[in-house]
Each structure stands twice: as structure tokens, then as C-alpha cells.
Design a protein around this ligand. Sequence first.
Ligand code: ATP
Ligand code: MG
Length: 265
Amino acid sequence: MLNLKGLSRAEKLELINHIFKKYPSKWAEESFGLVLDPWQAKMLDSPAKRLALNIHRQGGKSTMSSLICLHTALFRPGSLSLIIAPALRQSQENFKKIRSFIDQLSEVPKFDESTKLSLQFETGSRILCLPGGNDGKTIRGFSRPDVIVEDEAAQCSDELHYAIMPMMATFPDCKYVMASTPFGQRGHFYKIWTESPAWEKYELKASDNPRISKEFLEEQRTSPMGPWYYAQEFECEFVAGVTQLISHESILKAMDSSIPVVDIS
Ligand SMILES: Nc1ncnc2c1ncn2[C@@H]1O[C@H](COP(=O)(O)OP(=O)(O)OP(=O)(O)O)[C@@H](O)[C@H]1O
Ligand SMILES: [Mg+2]
């Protein structure tokens, strides 16, 4: 508990501002009345520069990504935050989330410019919601972002991911958040999730989220969606593609470096 006794109004404001800057979760809870899930508070406050979120559908990935961008824009003047999604519709949804949070702020920031997908604050900070397309050509040209969010990462092409990475060349401390549900044992999201220790990883299955009812999940599990989609959309599992006969896991298990190579020539 904070002891603000004896502090002047200016000192109190300065202290609160300091706490909100350092702990985005406190800022989000206080400003928007949110009760954050443990993974949400942890990832908002994490100092990690690479974060991968494998969170079930409707678990709050886009909401947290929007909050990270807005927090950066407000507390780091002159910053650039990019939220990249595969398609225009998803970028519009992300933009709407950010706008709705801005509308709830007690002090609405001033803008130099606001379009349907971008905001330029009076402080020079910018938030851009970009549709990446298949080859990433539309997102080339942005330099030195402070935050990059790759939303629906398993649905983003590898080419798009490869077009994003070089943007960080002159500022590798950029925070890169990759958010998705799994989609097969393929692609950069799967590779990073299974192979890269450099990324801080977050996972939440729908069955572990009290906001999602057991009845709803049972309806989905037994729906025409089928087990392949259900396991990925709700249980965070990377399931081999329907056309993939042998799973990536089985291939890895079958590879044993202790077995000597037999020359049959
Ligand atoms: N801590 C929370 N408390 C209450 N509601 C929440 C919380 N986190 C997220 N939500 C709500 O859950 C819903 C889904 O959030 P969001 O769109 O961010 O999820 P998502 O993981 O991006 O979903 P999808 O995978 O479908 O894109 C939204 O209505 C959001 O407001
Ligand atoms: Mg989303």
C-alpha cells in the first residue's frame, strides 16, 4: 500500500505517474477498471524484449497488445508502435480497441493526426495498425520502432515475419510481441514457440480461463469444428496439419544421434 501522506498534490501526481510508467498493469487497471488475468499483468510489466503469447481464442491477446502500444505512446514521447496483423479487418479491430481505451482516459491526449488506422500524438508518439498482407511489402520502410506486435502470428506468412525483423536493426531493444493461437506444426510462430529460448512465453488454455464456460467449450468441442481446430483454437496445441501424415514431434522422436550410421553401399 502506498503512503501518500504528507506529499503535495504535485508530488503525488509525480509518484503515480512514475508507478504507471514502470508498471503498465497498474496503469491499465486504474485507468480502465480492468481486472487483469495473472498472465496479462505479468506480460504487461515484463521487461523482456521478445514475448510470444500462445493464448486461446478470445483470451485477450489483442486487448493486451493494444494496451502495450497505448502505454508506450503515452509514457514514451516520440515513440513508434506498430500492430501488424495479416488483414485489414484485423488491423481495424486493433485500432478500434486502442481508440476505445483512449476514450476512457480521464485526460484525453492531443493528436496531430488521426486516421482510420493511425494516431499521431502531440508528443510525437505514433501508433500504426498495419495490414501486413502475404509478402510484407506494405510494411517495409518503418524504422526504429519501440514496439512491434505481430497479431495472429500463426496466420502471418513467414515472408511477412522476415520483412518485420530487420526494422529492429538499429534498435534491437524494441519490444516484439507475437500473439496467436497455433495453426499446424509449421511456420515461424511454431518454430519460435518450440525452439527459441530467447522468447518469453505465455500460454493459457480456454479450459483454464474462468471467463470461458465449460458448457461453451463442450459445445465447441463437439461442433463441426472437429478436434484439429478445437485443440488449436482453445487448447493451445500445435497439431500436425490434416495433410501431414507424420507429426513433427514423431519425426523428432525418431531421430536418435546415438545410433551409428550404417554404410550400405
Ligand atoms: N482481463 C479481462 N477482463 C475482462 N474481459 C477481458 C479481459 N481480457 C480480455 N477481455 C475481453 O475478452 C474479449 C476478447 O479479447 P481479445 O479480442 O483481446 O482476445 P483475443 O485473444 O485477441 O481473441 P481472438 O483470438 O479471437 O483474436 C474482449 O471482449 C475483451 O474485452
Ligand atoms: Mg485478437
